[in-house]
Design a binder for this molecule. Structure first.
Ligand SMILES: O=C(O)CCC(=O)C(=O)O
Length: 301
């Protein structure tokens, strides 16, 4: 039976009973690896402005966008890329990547200067992202029976990086089968995503692709591989993809919360010592994990 979008957990963070909220976050992370939060403390107006400045950038003439293009010889991910094509996987989209936290990792060279408010809005959004991600990480840590700072500290404490991505998918009337982003799980710890009103995010659960219904002021939380591995499999990194919309331009703003590339990560020792279960995953430096996964090399034998 096709599952419906209603089944995706929806969590109201304004509920006064914090224990109940924490339990819902943990349960959703165990069973789904994805959920939507509302009343999360990030002003709706700020989300609207984030979407406005991002859309305005993508509507600029190509030449202006190319000014912050990802350099061809760059080994890093930051910068604008147009018609990023993946013929093998039948997908394409334009996108922009730039870090928004910590300040020492920000490279303003890859931030749009037009519209001029872009920087201020993204800086404000970054501080809200950090607060929300840290709160969710606290609940997830306690869900593992660990102190509330455990996941953040193991991910790198104050060196944890926040990477903004904007996906821009123009309408695609004749190309039903073309995806914006093909099915994948995220490499990182957690991803906090907002999108415009053109739906298109699908998650894979129980052998079905499920349309994700979301409200524009809600935030979709996606558990990534780092947290699946650190939690020794208790939390699930969800496979998801983005479809193109026939009539509307679809835009999404995921923020990837991740360790720095040298951080070595694997199941947390507290979860795999003594009488606890054996580690289900190997430990890797984040950069090696990414390379192995991208090259589809064996990760855990
Ligand atoms: O556009 C979306 O909703 C999902 C994007 C995504 O999964 C990605 O950029 O990795």
């Amino acid at each position: 039976m096709e599952m419906s979008s209603r089944d995706i957990p929806f969590i109201d963070l304004s509920n006064q009973d914090e224990k109940l909220v924490a339990r819902a976050v943990v349960k959703a992370s165990e069973e789904w690896g994805v959920f939507q939060v509302v009343n999360h403390g990030i002003p709706t107006e700020l989300i609207r402005r984030l979407q406005e400045v991002g859309s305005k950038f993508f509507e600029l003439p190509e030449l202006e966008k190319e000014a912050i293009a990802k350099p061809e010889d760059s080994m890093d991910i930051e910068g604008y890329m147009t018609k990023y094509e993946d013929e093998a996987r039948n997908a394409w989209a334009d996108h922009l990547f730039h870090r928004i936290w910590p300040p020492s990792k920000i490279n303003y060279r890859f931030w749009p200067t037009n519209p001029p408010e872009y920087r201020e809005v993204n800086e404000e959004y970054a501080s809200h992202m950090k607060k929300l991600a840290e709160k969710i990480m606290e609940w997830l840590s306690e869900g593992l029976g660990l102190p509330r700072e455990a996941l953040k500290e193991s991910l790198g404490g104050e060196t944890v990086e926040y990477l903004m991505k904007i996906n821009y998918y123009p309408p695609c009337p004749d190309m039903d089968s073309v995806l914006g982003v093909p099915g994948h799980s995220d490499f990182n710890g957690i991803t906090l995503l907002v999108a415009n009103d053109a739906l298109g995010l699908q998650v894979f659960k129980d052998d079905n692709w499920i349309d994700t219904m979301y409200i524009t002021s809600g935030i979709i939380v996606i558990i990534g591989d780092q947290f699946q591995r650190m939690s020794n499999g208790k939390y699930k990194s969800v496979v998801h993809r983005a479809t193109r919309n026939k009539e509307k331009t679809r835009i999404s703003w995921p923020v990837f919360v991740e360790s720095n590339l040298d951080q070595v990560l694997g199941p947390l020792p507290e979860l795999t010592s003594g009488d606890n279960s054996a580690p289900k995953f190997k430990s890797y430096a984040y950069k090696d994990f990414k390379i192995r996964k991208l090259k589809q090399l064996t990760l855990d034998d």
